[in-house]
Design a protein around this ligand. Sequence first.
Ligand code: SF4
Length: 557
Amino acid sequence: MLPYLSHKEAMKRRYGEALFSIPVNLDFGCPNRERDGSGGCTFCPEHGARAAQIADAQSVEEQIEKAILFAKKRYNATSFALYIQAYTGTFTSLLKQKEAYENLLKLHPFRALHVGTRPDCLSEATLEYLATLNTQLDVVVELGVQSLHDVSLKRINRGHSAEASLEAIRRLHVKGLKVYAHLIIGFPDENFLMWEASVRGLVEAGIDGIKFHHLHIISGTQLACEYEAEPFKVLSEYEYAEALMALLRIIPSHIPIIRLATDTPQKELIAPLWQMEKGHFGEYIAQSMRYSGIRQGDLVETHPEAENEIPHFVHLNDGSTTFYSTCYKDYYHPKAGAYTQARTLFNAGSCLQERLEKSDVALLDIGFGMGYNTLEAIKIAQKCSIFSLHVKAMEQDRMLLRQSSKVVGEALHVKMLETLFAGKTYEEAYATIEFQNVEARYGVQTLDGLFDIIFHDPFVEHNNASLVSVEFLRLLKTHLKPTGILVASTSYQAVHDALILAGFEVEIVAHEGSDIKGVIAKPLEGSTSLHVSHPYHDPYLVWSDKKIESEHQISYM
Ligand code: SF4
C-alpha cells in the first residue's frame, strides 16, 4: 500500500476501478495570452500544455479516438474520464462550451469529466452548467492555482491573485463541484515555507485533490529567457522528493494526490534535466516514506501508531542477533556474527583504537542498519576516553532502528537505537552520533567536512548496486582525509574494481574459517588507469539499483 492516497486508489474507491484520463485539446485559447499567442504565464509554452500523445491529431474526435486506442493498447484501460486539458477549458461563450462538451460526451460513455481552467474564467453561467452536468456524470474542475503567493503569481505573470483561486474554490464548492488544484513547486524566490503555506491554504479551502509538479523550464517560454539571462536554482530529483514528502505529511489522508511529477518532452526541457525516470521517482517517494515511517497527513492527523512488525531474526555465532531481509533475501550479517564483523573488520581494519589514542576521529557510517558497527566503535571511544569519536550515520530505513531496538541484547545498544530513532542525535562524553535518515547518494552530497574513517556496508552488493558504483565511491573519496581509510563489508569483484577506478588502493580481508569478508581501501592521489573488468556505473547518482544492474549486465555481455 502506498503511504499516500494516489489518484488511482481514490478512483478505485469511488468507481470500483481506475478511470483512464483521455485528454482533449479544445483550443478555446487562454485569457492570459494575446490573440497572437504572446504573453501568458512565464512558464507556459505556447501550445498550453497539450497532451503529447494527441498533439498531431486533426479533430477532437480524432484526438479522443487516438487517446482511447492508445490507453487500451498500452494500459488495457476499460473505463475513461474525459479531460479538457490544454489552455483554458471554460474560455468561450456558454453556447460554444455546451456544444463542444456535449458533442464530446456523446462520443464515448465517459464516467467523469475533468475541465482544466483558471480561477478567473468561471462565470456564474459556466458554474451553473457544470453543476447541471455534474448530475449526469462526475465533473471535476482542475484549477490552475500554481502558488498561493501574490508575489510569485505576479512574477510569473499569472494574471490573477491567490485570493482569486480561493474564491474560485469556494464558488465551485457551493455548486457541489469537486476541485483539483494544480500546484507548482520551485518558483524562483519561493522556499519551503512558502510551498507549505500554499498547501495549507488549499487544505483549509477544502480542496478535493492536489496535482503537484516541480517547476520545468521549457524552451521558448519567458521563464527560459529569464533563466538563460540569469540562472536560478531549480530542484534536483532528491531536493524535490524531500520537499514533496514533507508537504504530503501536512495533507490530510483523504485528499488524493493526483500527480507527483510531470513530463516535458526532453527536446523542450531546459532545466532541471533529471536522470531519474518518472516511474522510479514515484517508487523512490513511496519507498523513502515507508523507510522513514511517515505517511500522508501524519503531521496533521492523529492515528494509532502504525504496527511495526519485527522481521524474522536469528542469533548468530557470537551472540548477536540479525534480521532476515525479505527484500534482499539474505541475513544482514555473516554467520560469524555482527559483533565479530564490527570488531575484526570495521574497527580493526580502520585502526580505530590507534587513531582515537592520538586525536578525535570523524567517522562516516554508510548503511548504519542495526547499528552494530557504530556501537562497537563508541565502545572503543569509551575505553580510550581521551579523544572523542564523532559519527555521522546514514540509513534510509529508519524503521530498522526501532525494529532492531526490540531484538538486540545490550542496554547501550538499545539506548543508542531508541535515541537516534526519536531524535537523530546521541551524545556521550566520549562520542556523538548524528543520524541522517536519507538515501546515501543524496546524503553524501549534502555532507560538509572530511572523515578519518568511512564504514561502508552495502549489504547484498549486487542488489544494492547504487552504493558500490564507481561514481559513488569517487564521491566518498572526496569526503575522506588523505590519511583516511574506507572499510567495506564486501569483497565482491565489482566493488573491488570500482574502488580501484575510484582511486583507492585496495586490500582484501578474508579470515580463514569465517564468512566475514571485506576490503580496506586507502585513497591514492588521482585515479588509476589500471584495467579492471566489471565495475558498476551510476553516472548521475540517481539510477535505480535495477537499472544499474541491467546496464552492468548489458555492458559486459
Ligand atoms: S498556464 Fe494556462 S493560463 Fe497560463 S498561459 Fe498557459 S494556458 Fe494560459
